[in-house]
Design a protein around this ligand. Structure first.
Ligand SMILES: Cc1cc2nc3c(=O)[nH]c(=O)nc-3n(C[C@H](O)[C@H](O)[C@H](O)COP(=O)(O)OP(=O)(O)OC[C@H]3O[C@@H](n4cnc5c(N)ncnc54)[C@H](O)[C@@H]3O)c2cc1C
Ligand SMILES: NC(=O)c1ccc[n+]([C@@H]2O[C@H](COP(=O)([O-])OP(=O)(O)OC[C@H]3O[C@@H](n4cnc5c(N)ncnc54)[C@H](OP(=O)(O)O)[C@@H]3O)[C@@H](O)[C@H]2O)c1
Length: 453
């Protein structure tokens, strides 16, 4: 096998697993993993909720990969702004795109753009300290609607309902703690358009909803309908049965009188966000089963008195400059990980993770994605024309063009700095939020870092 140099764009789990598999399967492969941020790990760092530290532990395994001999992390380089496919192709044998998703899928109902109507992804980016979003978040509503019945809706409902001080053991930065401290939310209403057997919650995350002593989970029998397709789903998947069992427990449980409540509403589809300029309510339509797991409206409507609406109806990937994009699915068209442009594979271009498959699935699922993509890349290698330049020439070109790229040792110093900030307060970590501060912490000398921690 000839030596091969590969660029991976996106240092989330999909990109890191692709780099891992490639360097393990090809003894002389070297891989540069680029990210637009100075920190790696994608949605593990900027999606997984701060009160899920156990899941965030996966970064330890991802770090082991990134610190490998034949891998480099190159941060603060935005594909499409700082670097193009043609540039990469000139210096690498192949490019794997693993840019994931960061935006909200739109929800096309009247009033969705009113003040107080938010995308879940934006709220997640705020509470997870993403450098590219505003530092303040309005939390002045007492009653809030969350639309959607997936795990992101659960994260959002929990983060809205839980008091700030319960979050103070986590890695949240000071601006997020202050924002949550000012939170006036008492009631969070979660709306699922389907019934118990078609919720997309993971059983453990769903049970966890009631773990805060400050939060009651409240529901009534309304909408507790299971059609034949639902019965079949319960028989087919243990996780579905566990979610339904948990719902039944919530149904039976008497509220404890906790100061915050999460209300679960089933078979209610959102049809309009109400209000003049700002949100004053949500109108939903009561749904009925069609017999195959799908639902349609009954013509009966309800109005809910809420002052903010969060849509958690799925994430959405963004198109990448110079690459094909399917706007309906929000993915790059591919066959077994080979990017398909105008009906044929685009030379040396591959795709993996959420940008390949769509924004569904857990961290672990990106491993099998990466495996398929790297198998295709390995099968094509001998036929790929060797690049004219080298990765180091490209880094020199980028620096000369003023791109302030960051390397793995800078991330390691930033990582250590965040952990030192946390240790001082008896926490695992406190995140640094602004891009400038992230870069500065990565470049501080050991003495400076000790002085600021
Ligand atoms: C809110 C939320 C919570 C979640 N919680 C869990 C959980 O608890 N457990 C679980 O198993 N799964 C969870 N998931 C799912 C999990 O995060 C995904 O399965 C996984 O992160 C997808 O990996 P990815 O690498 O494809 O994308 P991402 O994780 O999105 O990584 C993509 C990377 O590409 C970079 N990038 C994007 N565009 C560019 C560009 N133009 N140039 C350079 N770099 C770029 C991004 O900065 C990012 O680092 C959660 C998802 C969300 C949305
Ligand atoms: N802790 C964790 O493990 C964790 C945390 C967060 C995210 N994740 C994972 O990340 C992925 C993305 O999660 P997600 O919650 O964004 O997506 P998701 O699991 O696809 O859930 C989206 C929800 O939005 C609903 N929805 C979509 N369009 C709607 C509309 N027009 N009106 C009303 N409801 C609508 C869907 O209902 P229908 O089913 O009826 O379409 C579904 O309930 C998932 O695989 C999830 O498991 C995991």
């Amino acid at each position: 096998m000839r030596p091969v140099k590969v660029a991976v764009i996106g240092a989330g789990p999909a990109g890191i697993y692709a780099a891992d598999i490639l360097t393990k399967e090809h003894e002389s492969a070297t891989v540069d993993v680029y990210d637009r941020l100075p920190a790696p790990y994608g949605l593990v760092r900027y999606g997984v909720a701060p009160d899920h530290p156990r899941i965030k532990e996966i970064v330890k395994a991802l770090r082991r990969v990134l610190s490998g001999d034949r891998l480099r992390f190159i941060g603060n380089v935005d594909f499409g702004t700082d670097i193009t496919f043609e540039q990469l192709r000139k210096h690498y044998d192949a490019v794997v795109f693993a840019t994931g998703a960061m935006a909200d899928r739109p929800l096309d109902i009247p009033g969705i753009d009113k003040k107080g109507s938010h995308g879940a992804a934006d709220f997640v980016s705020w509470y997870d300290g993403h450098p590219d979003v505003p530092r303040e978040w309005p939390l002045d509503a007492e009653s809030v609607a969350v639309i959607g019945a997936g795990n992101v809706a659960l994260d959002v409902a929990r983060m809205l309902a839980k008091p700030a001080d319960e979050q103070l053991t986590t890695e949240i930065p000071a601006n997020v703690y202050e924002g949550l401290k000012a939170n006036r939310v008492k009631d969070v209403h979660v709306f699922a358009r389907r019934g118990p057997a078609h919720l997309k919650f993971s059983p453990m995350e769903f049970r966890e909803l009631s773990h805060s002593p400050s939060v009651d989970v409240v529901m009534t029998e309304e909408g507790f309908e299971i059609d034949d397709a639902g019965q079949a789903a319960i028989q087919a998947a243990k996780s579905t049965k566990l979610v339904v069992d948990t719902l039944l427990k919530y149904l039976e449980k008497e509220p404890t009188g906790a100061p915050h409540r999460i209300h679960l509403h089933l078979m209610q589809a959102p049809v309009e966000v109400l209000g003049d300029e700002s949100v004053t309510g949500l109108r939903t339509e009561v749904m009925q089963y069609n017999g195959d797991g799908t639902v349609s409206g009954t013509g009966e409507f309800k109005e809910w008195d809420v002052q903010a609406v969060y849509r958690a109806v799925g994430y959405l990937s963004s198109p990448l400059e110079g690459l094909p994009f399917d706007h309906a699915t929000g993915t790059i068209p591919h066959e077994a990980g080979r990017v398909i442009e105008d009906g044929a594979p685009k030379e040396a271009a591959y795709v993996t993770g959420w940008i390949k498959r769509g924004p569904v699935g857990l961290i672990g699922h990106t491993k099998s994605d990466a495996k398929e993509t790297i198998e295709s890349l390995m099968a094509d290698l001998e036929a790929l024309p060797a690049p004219a330049g080298s990765p180091d020439e490209l880094l020199a070109e980028l620096r000369a063009a003023g791109v302030d790229l960051t390397l793995f040792d800078e991330w390691e110093r930033l990582d250590a700095h965040e952990m030192a900030l946390g240790e001082a307060e008896g926490r695992e970590r406190i995140k640094v939020v602004s891009r400038e501060d992230m870069i500065a912490a990565g470049r501080a000398t050991a003495a400076e870092a000790a002085a600021t921690a």
